[in-house]
Write a protein that binds this ligand. Structure first.
Ligand SMILES: [Zn+2]
Ligand SMILES: [Zn+2]
Length: 240
């Protein structure tokens, strides 16, 4: 492991009795990743086959799900660490809306689990940007927390300003699929310097995947070669 300041800090914190971490789910004292090993086992992991393109679970293994065959998304591949389900959904909600900023470290830890299984290393890691009004209201971009941690773990560059929202769009979660698409039309600005790169987009939760898809299309319009996406959680919803 390369000798990085963050590694040294981690080692110091993990060995210091004043910094004992407690599992955010059961409260047990824990030196590992903020969720103890027992509770990690209770997280909503994916079991069985899923679509390699959009990460939706499949009854039997197949090269693509029906939806991706009918209408392929803008991104080339989506990986989801977990399903958006109990008990993760409550933690994500508390993190984003309940001002539980201390959950950032735990979420980043979970997001960077199993990085060794990650495929082709991207040239650039980016977070799905928040609209300015949303960022002001929430105080932080949860996707950026995950993206920065993942870029550091992969030792890939992270770009904080390569993509941005051009306007304040209504939250996707309250909209139908048709409204989501309308909402996202021409919603993103992209720095032309991304041309020819393999970009990894990071988001906290994918529901229909329409935000990631629209952003991937905006990147490809600027000549991005490949767009991978990774989310902390994939919601299995009827809105897909
Ligand atoms: Zn626990
Ligand atoms: Zn699919």
């Amino acid at each position: 492991m390369p000798l990085k300041l963050s590694n040294l800090l981690d080692r110091f914190i993990n060995s210091c009795p004043f910094f004992t971490r407690h599992c955010v789910l059961c409260g047990k004292a824990n030196f590992a990743i903020g969720i103890c090993e027992d509770c990690q086992g209770e997280l909503p992991w994916f079991h069985g086959p899923s679509c390699p393109r959009c990460a939706i679970p499949l009854a039997v293994a197949a090269p693509l799900c029906g939806q991706c065959q009918r209408e392929p998304p803008g991104f080339d591949r989506l990986d989801a660490v977990l399903r958006f389900d109990f008990p993760l959904a409550g933690l994500v909600h508390a993190w984003k809306y309940g001002r539980r900023y201390e959950l950032s470290g735990v979420m980043a830890d979970v997001f960077t689990l199993n990085v060794d299984n990650f495929g082709e290393k991207p040239d650039l890691v980016m977070a799905v940007p928040l609209a300015p009004a949303r960022l002001a209201e929430r105080g932080f971009n949860q996707s950026e927390v995950l993206a920065r941690a993942f870029a550091a773990t992969l030792a890939s560059p992270f770009s904080a300003d390569g993509v941005w929202r051009k306007r304040n769009t209504p939250p996707q979660a309250r909209l139908t699929l048709a409204e989501r698409r309308r909402n996202l039309r021409d919603a993103f600005g992209v720095d032309p310097a991304v041309k020819g790169l393999h970009v990894l987009l990071v988001d906290d939760v994918a529901t229909s995947g329409s935000t990631l898809s629209a952003l991937a299309l905006a990147l490809k319009k600027q000549g991005v070669k490949r767009v991978s996406a990774r989310v902390l959680a994939r919601a299995i919803s009827s809105k897909t």
